[in-house]
Ligand binder design. Structure first.
Ligand code: ATP
Ligand code: MG
Length: 369
């Protein structure tokens, strides 16, 4: 799948911009703070309905403007798809081929993207929330049912938290807690199964890439840290195990006023040669690990959906040696790649595709011909 053209109106530092992209490689360079990340953010946003930055969606509206608009023309599974999204201070309006789309889960996955940005280097080092977000964004693009289960799971956790933290009258809700626990176990079991299968496949693909990158010196493994009652995350017995665990921990939850069991506590650990990369990995090893994880995510989505997702690489080339740079620019994907960077000389490795410059929110095609 690919994006053939993109139009931005009052989005971040773009007043009005238009870009026709190559189906293959696209290199976008410019000085700092010119709009390179903003451009990738707009593509990520209309496919995943999430901004890749911290903050609210409305932050993407150009300063002092009432709304922002992103329009993209895509091709996926042989079909032309026009997506238009207006972001206002109070929400968003999304249209697919002119028809309004109101439920995110009907939209996410229509256009699939994999983003790799310098922030992803924190994936190994930082807290579990980032690793859950990584799994959620990847799996959501493949399984609409996952988005539904996740939203249900989070709503149940919220309801449980409210009850557990009640200062008076909590006893009245004890039976209701049992009802919530059964629903929670069902959603958590499904999420665990999907995450378990995703991580198993991720490990297989990422470890093969890691062997390549390290010339066979480094073995990457992943351990899924899911609910302690689960023996095999890829087995179908998750519901019974999590439900029983919730029953056993009910008193502890009431005493601590916290939700102690559920998929909201999941995490995974990446190991290099058997040692946690977080604690023992060098900077180069951590960078290689994240590169391997991202390429694996791309591979899973391609294999599962039959088409390569759009690969968005934000400012990651300067971090890499020439061999890995060449690989990313030309060979990381059989599909479309959009890469940003500051130094045009880094793009000398490009064999085929288009080159653009961005300056103060203005995009210029520099490709000869
Ligand atoms: N809502 C907004 N309205 C106007 N300008 C904005 C808005 N949000 C961000 N900007 C500006 O957009 C500019 C470009 O940001 P962007 O992150 O895309 O730069 P970049 O080209 O990726 O730079 P770098 O090479 O440093 O990563 C920044 O100067 C930022 O202040
Ligand atoms: Mg940037």
């Amino acid at each position: 799948m690919h994006i053939s053209s993109l139009r931005l109106f009052d989005f971040r530092n773009y007043e009005s911009a238009d870009i026709e992209l190559s189906e293959g490689q696209n290199l976008i360079f410019g000085e700092n703070a010119q709009g390179k990340t903003n451009l990738l953010e707009s593509i990520f946003y209309i496919s995943c309905l999430k901004t890749m930055r911290a903050g609210k969606d409305a932050d993407a509206i150009r300063r002092d403007c009432p709304s922002a608009k992103i329009e993209g023309s895509f091709n996926a599974y042989g079909r032309d798809i026009d997506i238009s999204c207006t972001i206002t201070k109070t929400g968003r309006r999304l249209f697919v081929n002119g028809i309004p789309e109101t439920r995110p889960r009907d939209h996410i996955g229509l256009i699939k993207t994999v983003l790799f940005s310098p922030d992803d280097l924190q994936l190994i080092k930082e807290g579990p929330a980032l690793r859950r977000r990584f799994m959620n964004i990847a799996i959501s693009q493949l399984r609409p049912a996952y988005i539904k289960a996740l939203s249900e799971h989070n709503k149940i956790i919220e309801s449980k938290r409210k009850i557990l933290k009640m200062e008076t009258g909590r006893e009245v809700y004890l039976d209701y807690l049992d009802v919530l626990n059964e629903k929670l176990a069902r959603a958590a079991a499904y999420i665990t199964l999907e995450r378990g299968m995703f991580l198993r496949e991720l490990m297989a693909l990422a470890s093969a890439t890691m062997i390549d990158i390290s010339q066979g010196r480094e073995v990457l493994t992943i351990r899924y840290n899911c609910d302690s009652s689960i023996e095999d995350p890829c087995a179908e017995d998750g519901f019974e195990r999590i439900y029983e665990h919730l029953k056993r921990r009910k008193d502890a939850e009431l005493a601590s006023e916290m939700c102690l069991v559920g998929a909201h506590r999941d995490d995974f650990t990446v190991f290099i040669n058997g040692e946690p990369a977080r604690d023992f990995g060098s900077q180069g090893q951590i960078r290689s690990c994240v590169l391997a994880l991202k390429c694996a995510e791309h591979g899973i989505i391609e294999r599962d959906s039959g088409e390569a997702p759009i690969l968005l690489l934000d400012d990651v080339l300067s971090e890499l040696d020439p061999k890995r740079r060449e690989f990313l620019i030309n060979d990381a994907s059989r599909g479309q790649t959009i890469i940003t960077g500051c130094d045009p000389s880094m793009f000398s490795e490009l064999r085929k595709g288009k080159i653009f410059t961005v300056s103060k929110g203005c995009i210029v095609n520099k490709t000869e011909n």
